[in-house]
Design a protein around this ligand. Structure first.
Ligand code: GLU
Length: 433
């Protein structure tokens, strides 16, 4: 069983979508189910509606999943297991106040040392604990041995007990911290492989330690994906980069199939550049992903988007553009040389069918052409139409071509009218208004 475990705390980041897509690919390759676990235990950071938005995005990208689980529904298990760890003396109640912890943090910082818990409450007697009314967290005791694991992409890691530390597993309000809820749920759900972003690498020894203390012996395979960076700044793509939001990319007219293609391509050397997720399932080998961070290149995404638009069936493209006629899909493809996105195409098609302004310098000629076109009989090809309008209006050269192009397309420049005309000839009544 694999899991994708998003937090409903903001717009879905492309890094998260990449994690979801690779989970989907690997679950299909391993023939194991994928479940979605919405990690909603941090109530303060949750944003209403984001869980639904995440599922809508997964559906849009055709990511198969077996089940959706809300992590908060497992709260009773988190609490029971924390209780058991307390009974077994593998965890302890910590009464240290935020102020006291902050003071320790400051002192260690001033001494140039990393923060670690002081162990102040680790050996309190049961009696002291029973008699103390102050709010308490539950901390798991730090390990007594090194914690090692092998990441499929990033290699071997070993963490000292000092690095794992005695960390909080239940907050004062008795809700689990991320590491605890995640480690327990991965165990309860019998997860075989965890694929997630490398920002979680340092959480892995903590989660392994938790499961070891519970007595769970089944190993989980870890795959941490390198971060996606902004090509210009070299920094991790953040909320400040519009393109980091999947919602934004889709709203800008990037096809889900193209975004998915691009995200699989990041840090990978595939046998071909343009592919579908179904095809990637055949050849993708996650152990061959580059260890180093991947640069996000919007120009490359534009190229891939164009290629995916070109291979769309004309009817499908027409529907994506808001119509339902194969001819309009074919018409859109005539504009592909000068377009990158569905929005660019919508803009061009809307110019053709929309209200047209007047054409500077050719106002009278445009009136003549429009008048002529609105009374013209049906013409099968553009040469015939051009000849007819030329004869009827006595316009020639630029005085004919400019208004004719504008009347038919709403633009002053663009692909050859002879390429456009076959797809709009049945719509002249709507175009010439
Ligand atoms: N909720 C965490 C996140 O969105 C999940 C990390 C994990 O997959 O364990 O980053």
């Amino acid at each position: 069983m694999l899991r994708f475990a998003p937090s409903p705390t903001g717009d879905m980041h492309i890094g998260n979508l990449r994690v979801a897509i690779l989970n989907h690919i690997i679950s299909r390759q391993k023939k194991e189910d994928l479940i979605i676990r919405i990690e909603d235990t941090d109530k303060e950071r949750n944003i209403e509606g984001k869980d639904k938005e995440i599922l809508d995005i997964l559906n849009l990208f055709a990511i198969d999943y077996k089940q959706v689980i809300l992590q908060s529904n497992n709260l009773k298990y988190h609490q029971q297991i924390a209780m058991q760890l307390l009974i077994d003396k593998k965890a302890f109640n910590c009464f240290c106040s935020d102020e006291a912890l902050e003071k320790d943090r400051e002192e260690l910082k001033a001494a140039g040392k990393p923060y670690r818990y002081s162990s102040f409450c680790e050996n309190l007697s049961d009696e002291t604990v029973m008699n103390c009314d102050a709010p308490s967290t539950v901390r798991i005791k730090k390990p007594t041995h090194d914690i090692s694991f092998k990441d499929v992409v990033k290699g071997e890691f070993t963490y000292k007990p000092f690095d794992v530390d005695s960390f909080v597993i239940l907050r004062t309000n008795k809700t689990p911290t991320y590491n605890f809820a995640c480690a327990v749920d991965d165990m309860l759900m019998n997860i075989s492989t965890v694929i997630r972003g490398e920002d979680h690498l340092s959480n892995t020894p903590k989660q392994i330690h938790i499961r070891e203390q519970i007595g769970y012996t089944q190993e989980i395979e870890y795959i941490h994906l390198p971060v996606i960076t902004n090509k210009e700044t070299g920094k991790k793509m953040s909320k400040r980069d519009d393109a980091s939001s999947v919602k934004w990319l889709v709203s800008e007219g990037y096809l889900p199939s193209a975004i998915a293609n691009y995200l699989v391509l990041l840090g990978y050397n595939p046998p071909c550049e343009i592919f579908t997720l179904e095809e990637a399932i055949e050849w993708f080998d996650i152990s061959k992903i580059s260890k180093s961070s991947a640069k996000f290149d919007i120009e490359k995404l534009k190229f891939i988007n164009r290629e995916h638009i070109k291979i769309l069936d004309n009817m499908r493209l027409s529907k994506i553009l808001g119509y339902a006629d194969e001819d309009l899909g074919a018409l859109a493809k005539v504009f592909m040389e000068e377009s990158n996105t569905i929005n660019d195409l919508k803009f061009k098609i809307n110019l053709i069918f929309g209200e047209k302004s007047s054409l500077d310098g050719f106002e009278n000629e445009l009136n003549l052409v429009n008048d002529c076109l609105s009374h013209a009989p049906f013409m099968d090809n553009f040469e015939e139409l051009k000849k007819y309008v030329g004869e009827k209006t006595s316009l020639k050269g630029k005085n004919l071509f400019m208004p004719l192009r504008f009347a038919l397309t709403g633009a002053e420049h663009g692909p050859n009218l002879s390429e456009i005309y076959p797809y709009i000839k049945n719509y002249l009544g709507e175009i010439i208004k």
